[in-house]
Design a binder for this molecule. Structure first.
Ligand code: ATP
Length: 610
């Protein structure tokens, strides 16, 4: 059994449950064989010989066997249930742990709905098979073997004639399995697409509503629901055909048994008691045979599920610590970041960033500017070691980041992204996410710095306000301020602001940035921005185009050099350049106007460069 072999590591310590479960079921099966014999004795030795005084003894024996069989069945269920739950528990934990450590590359192509269904439906199929299905499948074979032995011991000719239809029963069961299995798979796919529709609809409810696409979504769901319904009906039709066919074949067995067996009784070569025992035994064999198709289906399903689960567990993690990597002294980190001829390619595409060189001394501010898809976020992701660089290296305090423990490296970096993810918890917990020892005072201080404190205090529950998984009830700007507070609380050596102030208005941006001036002190800061106003104070600005650095320098240097930066500047500051030109015409000092532009970035109408 591949499934048992493949999952051995996950139930090894509890394998005694598997053996006990099988043993108890085998005992219950064997005890089942006692009934036909007791019946035979009742008819042949008690009723026919009119020894009615033995009836209470026989009744007691039947009662005793029934109780013992019940206990064995209970223990089978008990041990099977424990085993199934144990293995599902272990696999669930192992998968979840693996998912935590899988690299970004895996998540680039992973589908949420598919992963969810593996962690629920597939684990359930494995739990059912290991806990019960396997023992039940084994039981079918045990029943056929034990039952046949007892029947042969009573009358071999009758056994051979009676069992003539057993191959047909097996054939029908296997045929049924070959049809119900794809039907179940189809049903599962249909259910998957149905849940994906629901999940996407709830996640994207705002987009749906803003495009007034509710009727379209209702239709889309109705189509998928219809597919699921059709599949269910198909499976139900297969089931409803299966049982009558099996019953018909079983009836053929019974007719043969009664016809041939009856003749033997009349001839005197079989007793009436033996015929009745035979009659009971044939049901004893045929009954579990009916479930054969179901058990085989259960097995093939759990086999496919095991493969899907093991695919997660054996997934290669390309970004991980080397065995030789030791912990760094995180209190001595200075935050000196260098990129040396760094190139990176996602999958088989063209390089996303090419030959990046950068020296960011501790406390410096590096600005990254460029159009959509120019490679800004990729550079930052690589610094966090979300991926391994393809060529060249990134160093922190002179040490290649591949030689630093990932946990140590990331403990020194705090990022604020364009999209803020808030966990379904209180604002307080969201701000303190990932921090073990923080006081309420620390949280409030960080929130004040991020300009989040005032709006939090206006909420009825303040810092104890519960927010949904997507920060329901908070505006984009408010969510971003929470993220900024979270990053500030971490007190990192490297701060990454990935378009961090994109969702706030110009005034708040200015406020937050003046807060940043303070927190950026002593930290190496990387700012990704579309607005030049966010980068003006950077020590070095890298202008990127198609993954390459096309210009670099300080704001004051770059605006004077014809090139990409100046072009962006002209686009974003068109109104002020026009003012400058008008001022020139009015004989105002150009210097005055230039100063005016540079100091007045917060009230102006700045165009975002895309
Ligand atoms: N996970 C990914 N898998 C494959 N290609 C990617 C992935 N992320 C980014 N890319 C590609 O890499 C290039 C650089 O993307 P990147 O996200 O770094 O640009 P960006 O400058 O940050 O853009 P934006 O300003 O829109 O965020 C783009 O061509 C993009 O399509």
């Amino acid at each position: 059994m591949d499934v048992l072999k493949q999952l051995h590591d996950y139930y090894r310590s509890k394998r005694s449950y598997l053996y006990l479960s099988i043993l108890c079921l085998a005992t219950a099966t064997a005890l089942g064989l006692v009934y036909p014999n007791l019946l035979r004795i009742l008819i042949d030795d008690v009723i026919k010989l009119r020894r009615f005084d033995q009836v209470p003894m026989l009744a007691l024996a039947i009662f005793g066997v029934a109780i013992l069989k019940g206990i064995m069945q209970f223990l089978h269920g008990f041990f099977g249930g424990r085993l199934g739950n144990y293995i599902a528990y272990r696999l669930r934990n192992a998968c979840y742990e693996k998912l935590q450590f899988l690299s970004f590359r895996y998540y680039d192509t992973a589908k949420t709905g598919d992963l969810m269904s593996r962690l629920t439906g597939d684990l359930e199929a494995i739990r059912n098979f290991i806990g019960f299905g396997f023992a039940q499948l084994l039981n079918v074979f045990m029943m056929v073997i034990f039952g046949s032995i007892v029947m042969f011991s009573i009358n071999w000719q009758l056994t051979l004639v009676t069992l003539i239809s057993i191959p047909f029963l097996v054939f029908v069961a296997l045929k049924f399995e070959s049809r119900i299995h794809p039907a179940f798979q189809e049903m599962r796919l249909a259910l998957g697409s149905l849940t994906t529709a629901v999940q996407e609809n709830i996640t994207g409810v705002r987009t749906v509503k803003s495009f007034a696409r509710e009727p379209h979504e209702v239709d889309k769901f109705a189509v998928r629901n219809e597919r699921y319904r059709t599949n269910q009906i198909h499976a139900a039709t297969l089931w409803s055909r299966y049982f009558p066919v099996m019953e018909l074949l079983a009836s053929v067995c019974i007719v043969i048994l009664l016809g041939f067996g009856g003749t033997l009784v009349i001839n005197g070569s079989l007793t009436l008691g033996e015929l009745v025992a035979f009659f009971t035994l044939i049901w004893y064999i045929i009954g579990p045979m009916w479930g054969l198709g179901f058990h085989i289906n259960n097995y093939t399903q759990s086999k496919a599920s095991t493969e899907r689960i093991l695919e997660i567990l054996y997934q290669h993690v390309d970004v991980k610590d080397k065995d030789t990597t030791s912990h760094m002294n995180i209190h001595e980190v200075k935050g000196h970041v260098t990129f040396e001829h760094m190139t990176f390619t996602y999958g088989n595409q063209l390089p996303a960033v090419v030959d990046i060189n950068l020296d960011a001394p501790p406390g410096s501010v590096i600005g990254l500017l460029g159009g959509t898809g120019s490679g800004k976020s990729t550079i930052i992701q690589l610094l966090m070691r979300a991926y391994n660089v393809s060529e060249g290296s990134i160093k922190l305090d002179g040490v290649d980041i591949r030689d630093i423990r990932i946990e140590d490296l990331r403990s020194q970096i705090a990022s604020v992204f364009q999209e803020t993810f808030l966990f379904s918890s209180t604002l307080k917990n969201n701000i303190a996410y990932g921090m073990n020892e923080v006081t309420m005072d620390d949280i409030i201080r960080a929130s004040k710095l991020a300009k989040a404190h005032d709006f939090i205090m206006e909420l009825p529950q303040g810092y104890d306000t519960l927010v949904g998984e997507r920060g329901m009830g908070l505006s984009g700007g408010q969510k971003q301020r929470i993220a900024i507070a979270r990053a500030l609380l971490k007190n990192p050596k490297i701060l990454i602001l990935d378009d961090a102030t994109s969702a706030v208005d110009m005034e708040t941006e200015h406020e937050i940035q003046s807060g940043f001036q303070e927190v950026m002190k002593g930290r190496t800061t990387f700012i990704i921005a579309h607005r030049i106003s966010s980068l003006r104070h950077a020590d070095e600005i890298l202008v990127l185009e198609e993954g390459r650095v096309v210009q670099r320098g300080k704001h004051e240097q770059l605006i004077d050099i014809p090139g990409a930066y100046q072009d962006i500047y002209h686009v974003q500051y068109a109104d002020h350049i026009e003012r400058l030109r008008v001022a020139d015409e009015l004989y105002l000092s150009p210097d005055e106007n230039q100063r005016d532009i540079q100091s007045d970035t917060h009230s102006e109408q700045v165009r975002t460069y895309e």
